[in-house]
Design a protein around this ligand. Structure first.
Ligand code: 5GP
Length: 144
């Protein structure tokens, strides 16, 4: 089956262009990371390559090195920032898998023993909570 084309007006493309705000925790020439607005747990972060692709299926594989280097750094930082017991890394491709935003991204979520994930794209978190959590992650990144 042929998948839909990349939509340059998807929400992460707008965040990448600075057209809508986000709580950024990391940026380099290839990748940005920012807080998910409907977190499945405190510290839920999205790691996003700047180069456009709909998801993993149509991505140029040369981005996976830079992308997953940052995924690892963010995973280490959120574990430290939230004193988490573990970290879940998730990535969805096409609606059947649960994908809702069609620009490749990886979810990085701190996990705590016995605490289940909240629903995917559930409740919006308060901006001040996201800002505070972003600050904790930025601090952990600078001391890693
Ligand atoms: P997907 O379902 O495509 O794997 O994940 C998309 C994620 O983006 C969801 O976890 C959802 O909460 C998050 N999200 C949706 N809209 C926005 C937004 O405007 N800003 C941010 N930071 N996250 C968003």
């Amino acid at each position: 089956m042929t998948e839909a084309a990349y939509d340059t007006d998807n929400i992460f493309a707008k965040i990448l262009r600075g057209e809508i705000p986000s709580h950024r925790v990391y940026e380099d020439e290839a990748v940005i990371a920012f807080m998910d607005v409907m977190p499945q747990g405190p510290g839920h972060t999205l790691v996003v390559p700047k180069v456009p692709s709909r998801n993993l299926l149509d991505a140029d594989p040369s981005i996976f090195g830079p992308l997953f280097t940052v995924v690892q750094r963010i995973a280490q930082a959120v574990k430290k920032a939230f004193s988490a017991d573990g970290v879940t890394v998730m990535q969805f491709n096409e609606p059947a898998s649960g994908q809702t935003v069609y620009h490749l991204h990886v979810h990085v979520i701190p996990r705590f023993n016995g605490v289940p994930l909240k629903p995917h794209t559930g409740e919006m978190e308060k901006s001040e909570v996201l800002a505070e959590n972003a600050g904790k992650i930025r601090a952990a990144l600078t001391t890693n």
